[in-house]
Write a protein that binds this ligand. Structure first.
Ligand SMILES: NC(=O)c1ccc[n+]([C@@H]2O[C@H](COP(=O)([O-])OP(=O)(O)OC[C@H]3O[C@@H](n4cnc5c(N)ncnc54)[C@H](O)[C@@H]3O)[C@@H](O)[C@H]2O)c1
Length: 265
């Protein structure tokens, strides 16, 4: 029960990694503001209530400043303050290459994926600091570490999120508010549903995630658990970091691997 009576906001909590995290925060005693722009927010809040937890749903667009302020205000009014912000909402923006990416597309991807976390930090950090300590966790991506896991717009937005975690951790010196990011690899969520659906239908699940040494994609809970760790006092000395949660994908240059079993005695 690491989050007993803690006030927590999760954005993008209507689906995927955000929903998994909201359920786990609530299961560990947290009081959760379930924020999303879709009705998925209400469904997640309902699931938490069914499991005996405490949650309130709110419809927001994370890239709109007034909406983020509304979510922070709801947390403070409902649960007496704010301890944790998990700024997780994001969009893929599709797989458009450099020359198919128009200004409208890259502007929207940056608005949601980068300005969203910026607004979350800006408005959550002062409220968390009032509690004496707390944490902000952002969802970046392996696409933000190097090329090969997303479009130019998406990858640039996630590289920005990694930098935002580092810079804001520094700017919050003395506040006792930590800021870290998770960098998921391929995870089965709403965003990647077509990939997983296609692989299942075509009997090609063995191809999904095969570029990482675990040779599979992740389930949302595997990402959510790392976000909870970073949000908890277990990570009390982890600050300004971006943690890859990708089965080992980003730990290698592109080489032909020697597989266990072929090389082991
Ligand atoms: N699934 C993956 O393989 C993967 C890999 C790397 C990073 N990520 C990141 O993980 C995060 C969570 O995505 P997911 O994979 O769970 O996908 P998902 O589509 O299942 O969930 C994303 C949620 O964010 C919400 N959202 C999108 N734009 C919003 C906005 N402007 N305001 C409020 N809510 C908004 C969506 O409605 C949705 O409920 C995203 O930041 C994504 O970029 C995912």
């Amino acid at each position: 029960m690491r989050f007993e009576n803690k006030s927590i906001i999760v954005t993008g909590a209507g689906s995927g990694i955000g929903r998994a995290a909201a359920l786990l925060f609530a299961a560990e005693g947290g009081h959760v503001i379930v924020a999303d722009r879709t009705e998925g927010a209400d469904e997640t809040a309902h699931l938490i209530a069914e499991a005996g937890g405490t949650a309130k749903a709110i419809r927001i667009d994370v890239g709109v400043e007034e909406d983020v302020i509304r979510a922070v205000t709801l947390a403070c009014d409902s649960f007496g303050g704010l301890d944790v912000m998990f700024a997780n909402a994001g969009i893929s923006g599709g797989m458009a290459n450099l020359f198919d990416t128009d200004v409208a597309l890259i502007t929207e991807v940056l608005r949601v994926n980068l300005i969203g976390p910026f607004l979350a930090i800006k408005h959550a950090a002062p409220r968390i600091a009032e509690r004496g300590k707390g944490a902000i966790v952002l969802t970046a991506s392996v696409a933000g570490i190097r090329s090969g896991a997303g479009s130019p717009a998406y990858s640039a937005s996630k590289a920005g999120v990694i930098n935002l975690a580092a810079v804001s951790a520094q700017q919050l010196t003395g506040s006792n508010v930590r800021v870290n990011a998770i960098c998921p690899g391929l995870t089965e969520t709403g965003m990647t549903k077509p990939v997983f659906d296609y692989a299942r239908e075509a009997n090609k699940m063995d191809r999904v995630g095969r570029l990482n040494p675990l040779q599979r994609g992740a389930q949302p809970e595997e990402l959510a658990k790392v976000a909870l760790f970073l949000a908890s006092d277990d990570a009390s000395y982890v600050n300004g970091q971006a943690i890859a949660v990708d089965g080992g994908l980003s730990s290698s240059h592109p080489v032909t691997r020697q597989e266990y079993g072929r090389t082991a005695a």
